[in-house]
Design a protein around this ligand. Structure first.
Ligand code: AMP
Ligand code: ZN
Ligand code: FE
Ligand code: FE
Length: 282
């Protein structure tokens, strides 16, 4: 058997703002022929409870992952964490703090929408009862579409919810330093997610001086020049390279699971560390 090894290290489930449940993601990964996977929900690792036994049954190597939201000088930065212990109380407590921050922030956003005669209640955001964490702007946008206030999720962001729009409220936030420290305390590895979205050169310079372990060098929506640039930056710094599709299901139909991936040579060091941290033998 000499099948090419592919692992998608960036996707979202219904535990954050994806539209596929953890079980559906595992089934889809199998169907796509992926041998490795990491689920990187925003600010939560809840998907792993359901996903771990299913991945095992399907012979998919599932690597611990998360995508944390951080702020640096009023700019939002996404940080991918990998290989940490799944029972780490440090990671779980941090996810809990994020959840509280989101609840407080969403309440303010709903009030700002109400001031514009847009009536969205907290109950409207809980369409999927299994979602208990990481409710955010995409869920608010979806409720606005459902209730006919906007024509699409993008319309909701463009008119009301996007950064600096009338109904956006950032609320409490966590710094990059605090996020890196949390991931490292759980013996995990921290990567700059989709670095091409950091279009501010000063912010990028700052990040490249921080103790990241790597960056996302393979991303479905990069062009070839962008890819070369990020691989070169990682190589220059001796950083690891990760990659994935950032699959969200129907909420962002532009990228499908497995449309971006890493091979065995990039997956192995991450997975070895995950196994050592989680006392797994194979
Ligand atoms: P939140 O974590 O609640 O602040 O929501 C952030 C998510 O909303 C991001 O991960 C994106 O998926 C989405 N998002 C942010 N800004 C925009 C935008 N201008 N247009 C469309 N989606 C956006
Ligand atoms: Zn998302
Ligand atoms: Fe992201
Ligand atoms: Fe993502």
């Amino acid at each position: 058997m000499n099948r090419e090894f592919r692992a998608d290290l960036h996707c979202h489930t219904t535990c954050s703002d994806g539209t596929f449940s953890p079980a559906e993601i595992i089934a889809l990964a199998k169907q796509k022929g992926l041998q490795g996977l990491s689920i990187t929900d925003h600010d939560t690792i809840n998907a792993y409870t359901e996903a771990v036994p299913l991945a095992q049954a399907e012979d998919i190597l599932l690597l611990s992952g998360v995508e944390f939201s951080a702020m640096h000088q009023d700019i939002s930065v996404h940080i991918l964490g990998y290989s940490f212990r799944l029972d780490s109380s440090i990671i779980r407590d941090f996810c809990q703090k994020h959840n509280e921050r989101r609840i407080d922030r969403n309440r303010v956003i709903l009030k700002l929408l109400a001031a514009q005669n847009i009536d969205i209640s907290e109950a409207d955001l809980h369409e999927h009862p299994e979602i208990k964490q990481s409710i955010g702007r995409p869920h608010i946008a979806l409720a606005m579409v459902r209730k006919g206030y906007v024509v699409s999720i993008q319309d909701a962001f463009n008119r009301y919810l996007g950064d600096k729009k009338a109904c956006y409220y950032p609320g409490e936030s966590f710094s990059i330093e605090e996020t890196l420290d949390t991931i490292h305390q759980a013996n995990g590895l921290a990567m700059i997610a989709h670095p091409h979205l950091l279009d501010n050169p000063k912010i990028l310079r700052d990040l490249l001086e921080m103790p990241f372990d790597g960056l996302e060098g393979y991303y479905a929506r990069f062009n070839m020049d962008q890819q070369k640039r990020w691989l070169k930056i990682a190589d220059h710094r001796g950083w690891m390279v990760t990659g994935g599709s950032d699959f969200h299901g129907a909420i962002k139909p532009s990228s499908s699971l497995g449309s971006s991936w890493v091979d065995l040579s990039l997956f192995t060091p991450l997975y070895e560390r995950f196994k050592a941290n989680n006392n797994l033998s194979q």
